[in-house]
Write a protein that binds this ligand. Sequence first.
Ligand SMILES: Cc1ncc(COP(=O)(O)O)c(C=O)c1O
Length: 930
Amino acid sequence: MPSVTAGTPQLDHFFSSSAARLDRWRELNARAQTWAAQAKSGKPAGGRAAVEAALVELNALEDFFAYPGPRLMKALAERISSDDALGVGRMVRRISGALLSGSYRYDGGEWEMSDEAVDSPPERQSPTFSGGDSHRPYFETLFVTPAPAASRAKTAGELRRLRRTEDAMVYEPVLVGSVEDALLATILNGKIEAVVIFDGIPVPSQHDVPLLRDLLASRQQLDTTSLAPRDVGVTLARLIKRVRPELDLYLLTDRNVEKIAGDPAAAMFRRVFYEVEELMEVHLNILEGVADRFSTPFFDNLKKYAARPIATFHALPIARGKSIMKSNWIRDMGEFYGQNLFLAESSATTGGLDSMLEPTGNIKVAQEKFARAVGADHVFFVTNGTSTSNKMVYQAVTAPGDIVIADRNCHKSHHYGMVLSGAQPLYVEAFPMTEYSMYGAVPLRTIKQAMLNLKAEGRLDRLKMITLTNCTFDGHVYNTRRVMEECLAIKPDVIFLWDEAWFGFARFSPYLRPRTGLGAAAALEEWRDSPEALKAYEAQVAEIGEEFDPKDARLLKRHLIPDPRKIRIRVYETDSVHKSMSALRQGSIVAVRDEDYNHHASAFREAVFIHASTSPNQQIIASLDLARRQMELEGYELVMRAFEIAFGVRKAIAEHPLISKYFRVLGADAMVPAEYRASGFKDFLTPGTTWMTALKSVQEDEFFLDPTRMTLVCGTAGYDGTAFKGLLAAKYNIQMNKTSRNSVLLQSNINNTRSDVALLIKVLLEISQDIEAQLAEGGENGRAAFAAKVKSLMTDVPDLPNFSRFHDGYRDDPGSVTLEGNMRDAFFAAYEEDDCEYLPLMSPKIDERLKSGPQLVSANFVIPYPPGFPIMVPGQVIEADTIGFMRKLDVKEIHGYNNTRGLKLIKLSAIGKARAGAKARPAPSKRSKS
Ligand SMILES: Cc1ncc(COP(=O)(O)O)c(C=O)c1O
């Protein structure tokens, strides 16, 4: 958090430690260079004291990292105490350079501490794609040992001696002596890939870390008073897994290993060793565990395939690239993309490749590994984006007549998914953010109300699924666990589809993981198996009964507890891997954690056959495999960096005196109404905000704001979102995400660097300076015109229309309170041009019909960009607010609106026909259990 990083440096930099650490090395380097310069000029002037002060802060952090490690840190301290200012300057420069470039991971010279080595630093190269010197992957292994600190250097030496030339990877040990220090190392050091825990370690840290203690106490994760010594290892393993579930854990004990290994509580250990056994076994296991995450079965085989001399007699002329390399006219295609792209292309599914439609080999294994990485039971690779992933889920789990509660504002693939499957949408509305012409997320109360209405009307059995977007385009993150808990209390087998197109990366942050669909499903399962679950449910029964009355007003107010004996945890999560991880465009997954998946397994296969191309792109599949590898090995660190970048942007804009005059990034207090922020959390930048405050918000609030998504208000600078996005792209080569009337969305991801932040800030400054200059030149009139423009952008904003209703002809029971409808019938009615009519948006006829009828019924989805949600769906009765909104919209791109002919409407006379068809429709699916 910026307000934490900005203050006195301390160890409490959870989840943003890497930038904080490097900043401190930069600071130490600056001070060391100042001291060296002072020494050269013969005027030391306090340089040494400044270096010593900076070093004190670093020392505490450095205990948790292998490089520079205790030896180099000791050597540095000795140079300082011998007043060797020049030597200190050279050494600090070298270490901070090695840390910044990462060269210590492969260049043994960086670890040398002789004067000669320190004084002639190695040449460091910037990373490129060109291959060059390949080196063994490097990682760090944490050893948590009760041995005294004095013997750690000896142990580290012994561990290094286990290395063999044939090892495919190399690791450096990091040794700590307590549970708290082990947790700190896991949190702070993203290079750690494996943890070896020796039995009998003490709990308290040697460092003073109040926030860690608060954190542990607040989650009742570590009760140090009642922890029996023999449980410490298992407890530590459990806590580490909560932070980084992907790490391999090993237990070394001198107790009964066979018994421990058979204890389900020890299941999180990859291996349990008897302490006196060969350390070499531990070493080999550590390497094997990381190699397993490193291995990318599909990509590895694709590389082998590309290297083989293969003659192809199948379609796909570009395979092997001969038609390109020999061409007179398109050789530049080959030069630009490189030969491997063509060597690795094939339409074959054999010979080292696999079939994505029916995987039995390396794609199957790659999918299983992805499932492990995201905590799912199954993962399906999809090579045409989450647009297709979503449709597959609808196709597989819903049938004609089923009801789906869906955020009306959700991505169009959901609406189309329902058209395809024949499920009836029961739209629920997100809270509006009219000021910024965007929607937030759907309040839980609204969802519960929709369910209770269905229950009251006897149609809850038809509710099959609840679909929500997590996080929304603008960064609203649901309290996924609470939503599922309360909805399951009303219908214990309802399915959840969490559209996490934007949020796949969240799995790799301990901070966001609990708010993902899959993270919450895991937590819910754990809760269900605990004795507290039944107790809580029984307490609720005592108060409101078992079969509650859906009209009981208390149900909306209270936190409903489901019956742990009845609930089925049925979660589908779709992720655009390409949006937040290193997959090629369109790489997406469907992740399944559904206890009743067997009901849908064959339907799911059908859904894959219906939607997947029979020519999936090999490179997209390989990139999904690789994206998984990357996230399992460095996702934690990369996501942490994406947070740091986001905080950097927020802070730089807020603190700059000129930029902040015209621009601001909205905090949670502007993006989430106070009623949904019970914790009182306001913004990451609010003075006094600590990680504890933010964590409280993550744990408790109905909606939390994803820190990596930043709504930058540009209306206050006189720009509408579209114009501002255009300006940045055309003039400054900066690309942004979506826009609203008066804002643009900035997004940081695992690809961003601090240089990107610097560029953005420089550009915002330049634009702010231009505005100032124009205002100065334009005189009174210019200033008035600017103020009027800002006012129009910021206050003259159209009201956001809610979903009205489906025409009665598209409703099974027009009298019902709930508004689900047969959208599919309306969709297909529009295929009959004779049954449709067109009216231009500005035509007075529209106003007449709104006033006196006949009703206007939309034939199409009408989706303006921005905001990007359907303001009309097929069969919807169009009302005055929707027309008013559309008329005010000043956007060029409106899908589903015919610019020359106008709005496409279904003639009312045609709706009777649909109704007749509807009567012949088969009864709704009865596959639901309740
Ligand atoms: C919430 C949501 N879901 C699904 C999609 C579709 O994803 P894809 O672009 O991978 O097809 C998008 C695209 O922007 C989206 O915003």
